[in-house]
Design a protein around this ligand. Structure first.
Ligand SMILES: [Zn+2]
Length: 143
């Protein structure tokens, strides 16, 4: 790992622990050249997953979830945790090829207990109910 300050590759890890959600490894490093400290994160590479006919991209999922929190800026801090939770559920699926509707359902189920407004935003964007009756049913099912 190169030091971000002086680009030396002579760095030393002096503290390692899992993050709060336990999906990442947090590492504190010190550069032996310039003496400055910095933090790195390590997470599992999920590129073995396929969503529909496309490779899984965390950034794509992250953006779709983030977009649902636009009206609730104070909840943005949840997005990383939510994406971690969805990834955990994706890995537990029986296949590495996952249908897009499955991803949408898992995302809705994960969002719902965290934020009703984000859940509704996501529902409207990715699984819009076809009628007012269907919308009512979706509300009843999730409340
Ligand atoms: Zn350095």
């Amino acid at each position: 790992m190169l030091c971000p300050f002086c680009l030396s590759d002579d760095t030393h890890v002096y503290n390692t622990r899992p993050t709060k959600s336990a999906h990442q490894l947090w590492r504190r490093r010190r550069c032996l050249e310039c003496g400055r400290h910095f933090t790195t994160y390590e997470r599992v590479d999920m590129s073995f997953l396929q969503i529909g006919d496309q490779p899984y991209l965390r950034t794509r999922l992250y953006q779709s979830v983030l977009g649902c929190f636009a009206a609730a800026a104070d909840q943005l801090r949840y997005v990383d945790d939510i994406v971690d939770q969805i990834e955990t559920r994706l890995v537990r699926q029986p296949n590495t090829e996952i249908a897009k509707p499955t991803l949408i359902t898992l995302t809705l189920e994960t969002l719902q207990p965290v934020s009703q407004s984000a859940w509704l935003q996501y529902l409207a964007k990715y699984q819009p109910p076809q009628s007012e009756k269907a919308l009512e049913r979706a509300f009843k099912k999730h409340s």
